[in-house]
Design a protein around this ligand. Structure first.
Ligand code: PLP
Length: 366
C-alpha cells in the first residue's frame, strides 16, 4: 500500500509443512483458503499447496472460487458461503464451483439455472446456529433433489462450534447429530462425501474426520489450543506470517516526560525510545497502546503510549546499537519471535483476526 511502510512476509514453505503435518493425522484434507487465505494470499497459497498435493480447496465467496479456477486450478472448489448474490448462481455453473447450500431458495435457483449436472454441498446446522438446514428439513430436501435431477448431492457438511475447547461434550453431540442427518440421506438412496472437522477437529477429535477435513488456521500456523492443556497438540505448527515496520526515529525521553497523544505514558526514569512506522491505518490496533510488544534486534520492546495512525513508540532503553532504519517485528521475528496467539491476546482477539487484518498490508513472498 502506497501510504504504508509495513511489510508482511509470507513463508509459504511453513504452510506446506503445516499441511503435511496435519495430513499425518487425517489423510484427506481440503485446505480452507477463504478471506484471501486468512490474509496470506489466495493464489500464492493455493499454488504452494497444489504443489504439496492438495487436490481441492474451500474458499469463502463464489468470486474467490472463480479467481482460483482462473489460476488455473482444475480440482474441486467448494464455496463455503455458497451463492449470496444473484450472479453467483451463473458463476457456480460456469466455473464449476461446488456451493454450500443452506436454504431452499438456493436449491431452487440453482435447479432452475443449471443447464447441466451441477454438484452441490448441503450445509447442516448441528450446533453453530448460523447457516444450515436442520434434520426436519430433510424430507423437503429429498423432494427438491429428486425434482431437480440436474443437481447432484456430492457433499454433506457441518461446522464445529467448540472443537478448540478441551474436554467438552458438545463436539460429540454435534457428531451424533451429524451422523443422524447423514444416515437419513443415505437411507433415501443418496451417496455423498461427509465433512465436519476444522483445524481443532483434526488436532484433537478423530471422531470428526469422516471423508475429508477442512483445516484453516492450523495451515497458517495458528495453534487453536494455545494456552490450554492441549497446547502440545499444535506446538509443531509454524506460523507463516511475519510483519515488520522500520524505526523512523530514535530519541531520549527524560524522567517525568510523557509521550504520544493523551499523555498516557510518563517516563519513570530516563529512557531511550524508538518510533516505529506502523499504526492503526495499517490495521495494527490502537488497543495495543501501552499493552503490546515488538521485537527489535532479537529483543522484546514494549509499546509505550498511544498507538497513532501511522506510528507508535517503543521502549528501547538499554538495548545497544539500535538505530533508525532497524526493523521492528510486530509478528514473528528472527531468533526471538512474537507468536500470533500472543499478539492476539494483547489485542483482545484471536490469531484468526490478527492474520486476516495484518495480511491486508503489502505482502512479500519469501
Ligand atoms: C473457516 C472454516 C473452516 C476452517 O476453520 P479453522 O478453525 O480455521 O480450521 C472450516 N469449515 C468452515 C465451514 C469454515 O467456515
Amino acid at each position: 500500500m502506497w501510504y504504508s511502510f509495513v511489510d508482511v512476509e509470507i513463508h509459504l514453505e511453513n504452510i506446506v509443512k503445516n499441511f503435511l503435518f496435519l495430513q499425518k493425522s487425517c489423510s484427506s484434507l481440503v485446505p480452507v483458503i477463504k478471506a484471501d487465505a486468512y490474509g496470506h494470499g489466495l493464489i500464492p497459497v493455493a499454488r504452494a499447496l497444489t504443489h504439496a498435493g492438495a487436490k481441492a480447496f474451500a474458499v469463502g465467496s463464489v468470486e474467490e472460487g472463480v479467481a482460483l479456477r482462473l489460476m488455473p486450478f482444475e480440482g474441486d472448489i467448494i464455496s463455503l458461503l455458497g451463492p449470496v448474490e444473484q450472479r453467483d448462481f451463473k458463476l457456480i455453473c460456469e466455473y464449476n464451483i461446488i456451493p454450500f447450500v443452506y436454504h431452499f431458495e438456493q436449491i431452487e435457483n440453482l435447479g432452475e439455472i443449471a443447464k447441466r449436472q451441477c454438484p452441490v454441498a448441503l450445509k447442516f446446522d448441528t450446533g453453530m446456529a448460523r447457516l444450515g438446514f436442520t434434520e426436519k428439513d430433510i424430507p423437503r430436501i429429498i423432494d427438491k433433489l429428486r425434482f431437480y435431477s440436474n443437481l447432484e448431492l456430492k457433499i454433506v457438511a457441518s461446522h464445529l462450534a467448540l472443537a478448540d475447547s478441551v474436554e467438552n461434550d458438545f463436539v460429540l453431540e454435534q457428531v451424533k447429530r451429524f451422523n443422524n442427518i447423514c444416515q437419513m440421506l443415505t437411507q433415501a438412496g443418496f451417496k455423498f462425501k461427509k465433512s465436519l472437522a476444522n483445524s481443532a477437529g483434526i488436532l484433537a477429535w478423530p471422531e470428526t474426520y469422516y471423508d475429508f477435513a477442512r483445516p484453516g488456521i492450523a495451515l497458517y500456523g495458528g495453534n487453536p489450543f494455545w494456552g490450554t492443556n492441549w497446547q502440545e497438540k499444535g506446538v509443531s505448527l509454524r506460523p507463516a506470517m511475519k510483519v515488520r515496520a522500520p524505526l523512523v526515529n530514535v530519541r531520549s525521553l527524560s524522567k517525568g516526560e510523557t509521550i504520544s497523544y493523551g499523555r498516557t505514558f510518563r517516563a519513570p526514569s530516563d529512557m531511550k525510545v524508538g518510533i516505529v512506522a506502523v499504526g492503526y491505518a495499517d490495521n495494527y490496533s490502537r488497543s495495543l497502546s501501552n499493552k503490546g510488544w515488538v521485537v527489535i534486534k532479537d529483543k522484546r520492546c514494549p509499546i509505550i503510549g498511544r498507538v497513532c495512525m501511522q506510528m507508535m513508540a517503543v521502549d528501547i532503553t538499554g538495548i545497544q546499537s539500535i538505530e533508525r532504519g532497524d526493523m521492528a517485528y510486530l509478528l514473528g521475528g528472527r531468533n526471538v519471535s512474537i507468536l500470533p496467539e500472543e499478539l492476539a491476546e494483547w489485542w483482545n482477539t484471536i490469531s484468526y483476526e490478527v492474520f486476516c487484518v495484518l495480511g491486508q498490508n503489502n505482502r512479500i513472498y519469501v
